[in-house]
Design a protein around this ligand. Structure first.
Ligand SMILES: C[S@@+](CC[C@H](N)C(=O)[O-])C[C@H]1O[C@@H](n2cnc3c(N)ncnc32)[C@H](O)[C@@H]1O
Length: 765
């Protein structure tokens, strides 16, 4: 009997269990290869060689490899490095690699069998090279980054990753793949894509393509506590497209944060804030204007700011702690602490409050590293470390920080001791502790004062402009593969003989810097964003490149010449639209009404409007006349600004009367006066996006400026607007300067003013 359904047939003929596929065997060793363990061994010698070359191993290096497999890569590393340390989950693989190394007479290999996510990493290594099992790529990279944050950096890591994973890791804020991993990598290291590898290079061939990347830690490592930072990132990347307000009002997130906060309060002896916790969190977000931010579009600076804001709230609690210390000083009887000791202790405590965040971060590191040290040893060792480290790099100011840190630690630990000893041993012990305390504070104050004095003398002895001497500038050149607009800051990259620094790489800053460079000056431009060029910024998504600011420009023949003057690369402008459509540069669509196209040329502009609104013929002509008049009057007005102040006041009625009259009217006022048709008014205001204000609040002057700017047509920079900034950057670089991004300027120190602060003609000496 024929079966009609599959279900029926399965009952009649019991289904056979599928025979498991036999694992693929390694052709050289016969070992079974498990896909589940990511055992895709690299057999392509060319790729192997490229991987080794990229790692740039020195004879003195200690190299760490995750997953040795049958030792293809390991045996190439052994002759090049001082020591190779490798971990593999599979014991047979580990044994195979060990015996290959022994057979070739290498004594510098250490193989460990185990899970690379659990086994401790080698105590020190310079380079990490690995054809990573793709399943553990992310946690391994996190382990490597944590190393950096713990102050044990490696020099570089060359890693083979799944291509899609590498794309995500290298993505920028706002791009689709931007994730917690990409952000953490960006914080601690510089990541570069090296080359792609096809599946055929492995045995067995994986189903995906691979990419090799290089990570280089940032030096110095950013001053954030990795755990604190990562906890924040975890919270906000949980749903990366939601606003921060949504993320931080989620009950589970709030209760977890509240628990942490309370725990921290009890450990620090601080009373929790009386403000309800959810409100406390929202206040922080509100103060930083971050309620509407979304994790996927936030860059490092935003996140730093957020972490700092949360820390600042914590600091308020710490100030309560300081008050506790001050109160404790009060309770010490007069006979146990001299007036001088009491005073210096009080001022030491107050002084230290100024930089508690610094102190706190450092004590946390110290506590991790030196749990067994006594508090006072910890304090003084820590202080010494900070003194020497900061002294060379930042000068006097750092001494003050160091001083604050030292006295804070000494005061805190000694007071704790004092309180602990007193009830048990009575006045005698308390007395000696108090003396010790006084002495410690005194000694640290004296040492710091002496160091300050030395530093002051050094500065005084400096004569003449020395430029930016504190930096150890070695002018490390930009790597060829790096985009000149994304050259990340490192002190090493600074030229040795800087003559001018421009803060901010907006097109104004870059143009100025390029002009200075053209006159032979070595200029450094510092930009806090991750890409230079302000509004010329472009980003890429799904293979498409988007501009963010410059969509079209007017009067390219005239302004293009200004660029040509200073740009290293010629910048070409293509006229928008085409001959057949009369070079349309903008289209205005209002509701369901037909689109109104703006064609290049004043006459076209007038005729197209008159054809559509014949009843407003004369008003349209008057409008264009007013636009032109307003612009002419503006030229005259700004010309007047070139005169000295007293002359400006005299000339104002003559040069600025017309301008003042037109500029003080809003766009809406002028439109209402001239036209009846609401549609015509709306079309004429259609370019309001260019000046960003509504017609009822914008001055007619700014409107007239925009309209006449485009009257002769719109232009687009060929190759995209970022090429404008690249051309300027190349001019700056040609003169020996540098444009460095990820370089937020926190402070401008003016040592001596030559010039006039009011006119901003200041030359730092
Ligand atoms: C992609 S193979 C690379 C092998 C070799 N380095 C090569 O390039 O031919 C990955 C290796 O990592 C090992 N492995 C997988 N998971 C691991 C883990 N959690 N810890 C350590 N090794 C692991 C596998 O056994 C395998 O030998």
């Amino acid at each position: 009997m024929a079966c009609r359904s599959g279900a029926r047939s399965s009952r009649v003929l019991p289904r056979r269990k599928p025979t498991p596929l036999a694992p693929k065997l390694h052709p050289g060793t016969g070992l079974p290869l498990s896909r589940a363990r990511g055992q895709h061994l690299l057999h392509n010698r060319g790729v192997l060689q490229k991987l080794i070359d990229a790692a740039d191993i020195r004879a003195s290096d200690s190299v760490f490899e995750v997953g040795c497999g049958t030792g293809e890569l390991t045996t190439e590393l052994l002759p090049r490095a001082r020591k190779v340390y490798t971990i593999d989950l599979d014991e047979r693989m580990a044994q195979e690699t060990q015996s290959r190394a022994q057979a070739s007479g290498f004594q510098n290999l250490e193989v460990v069998t185990g899970d690379a996510l659990r086994v401790p990493l080698p105590r020190r290594f310079d380079v990490c090279v690995s054809n990573l099992p793709y399943k553990i790529s992310a946690p391994i990279i996190f382990r490597l980054l944590r190393r950096i944050s713990e102050g044990q950096p490696w020099r570089s890591a060359v890693l083979m990753l799944q291509k899609e994973f590498a794309d995500r890791l290298l993505s920028d804020p706002g791009e689709k793949g931007f994730s917690r991993l990409a952000l953490n990598v960006r914080l601690f290291a510089r990541a570069v894509r090296l080359f792609d590898v096809s599946p055929g290079s492995f045995t067995p061939a994986p189903e995906v393509h691979s990419t090799v990347i290089r990570l280089e830690p940032r030096i110095p490592a950013p001053e954030v506590d990795f755990n604190e930072w990562d906890a924040l990132i975890r919270v906000i990347f949980f749903r990366r497209r939601k606003t921060l307000r949504r993320q931080f009002t989620k009950l589970s997130t709030l209760s977890m944060l509240e628990q942490n906060y309370k725990m921290w309060c009890s450990l620090s002896g601080v009373k929790p804030s009386p403000t309800p916790f959810p409100q406390l969190v929202l206040e922080v977000l509100q103060d930083e204007a971050m309620l509407r931010e979304r994790a996927f579009a936030m860059d490092l600076d935003d996140l730093h700011l957020l972490l700092k804001a949360f820390n600042k709230r914590g600091r308020q609690g710490r100030q309560d702690g300081t008050q506790k210390l001050l109160d404790a000083v009060k309770t010490i009887p007069a006979k146990e602490l001299s007036r001088w000791q009491r005073q210096s202790l009080r001022s030491a405590i107050r002084l230290s409050v100024l930089d508690t965040q610094d102190v706190n971060a450092s004590t946390a590191v110290l506590a991790r590293r030196a749990k067994s040290w006594s508090p006072s040893t910890r304090g003084s060792l820590f202080a010494q470390r900070r003194y020497s480290f900061r002294l060379e790099r930042f000068g006097v100011e750092s001494l003050q920080v160091a001083l604050k840190s030292t006295v804070w630690i000494i005061a805190k630990t000694q007071l704790a001791e004092l309180r602990a000893v007193k009830p048990m041993a009575g006045g005698g012990n308390a007395m000696s502790t108090a003396k010790m305390l006084g002495r410690a504070v005194g000694v640290s104050l004296l040492t710091a004062t002496a160091l300050v004095a030395v530093q002051v003398l050094r500065i005084k002895r400096r004569r003449g402009p020395k430029g930016f001497k504190d930096f150890v500038a070695t002018s490390v050149p930009r790597s060829a593969e790096e985009d000149c607009a994304r050259d990340r800051f490192s002190a090493k990259k600074l030229p040795k003989n800087i003559e001018a620094i421009v803060i901010g790489s907006g097109i104004g800053g870059l143009y100025l810097a390029a002009l200075l460079a053209k006159s032979g000056r070595v200029v450094v431009v510092l930009e806090q964003h991750y890409v230079a060029g302000g509004c010329t910024h472009e980003f890429t998504d799904k293979g498409w490149t988007f501009d963010t600011g410059v969509h079209y420009v007017g009067r390219a023949e005239k302004y293009g010449k200004l660029l040509e003057l200073v740009s290293e690369d010629p910048i070409e402008f293509a006229k928008m639209g085409s001959d057949s459509d009369g070079y349309v540069y903008d289209q205005i669509k209002i509701g369901e009404e037909a689109i109104h196209s703006l064609r290049a040329g004043r006459q076209n502009f007038i005729e197209d409007l008159q054809r559509r609104f014949p009843e407003e013929k004369e008003a349209i002509e008057r409008y264009v006349e007013m636009v032109v008049k307003c612009n002419k009057s503006a030229d005259l007005h700004f010309f007047g600004k070139l005169f000295p102040r007293f002359l400006q006041r005299l000339l104002d009625p003559l040069l600025s009367a017309k301008f003042n009259k037109l500029a003080s009217r809003t766009v809406k006022e002028v439109m209402d006066e001239l036209f009846h048709s609401e549609l015509l008014k709306a079309i004429l205001c259609g370019q309001f996006g260019d000046y960003g204000m509504t017609p009822s609040s914008a001055s007619f002057f700014i409107h007239a400026g925009i309209v006449s700017h485009y009257l002769d047509g719109g232009y687009y920079p060929v190759g995209g607007p970022q090429n404008i900034s690249r051309g300027l950057i190349k001019t700056i670089e040609k003169a020996g300067g540098r444009v460095l991004v990820n370089a937020p300027v926190e402070k401008v120190r003016i040592r001596r003013v030559i010039g006039d602060l009011k006119t901003a003609e200041v030359y730092p000496n």
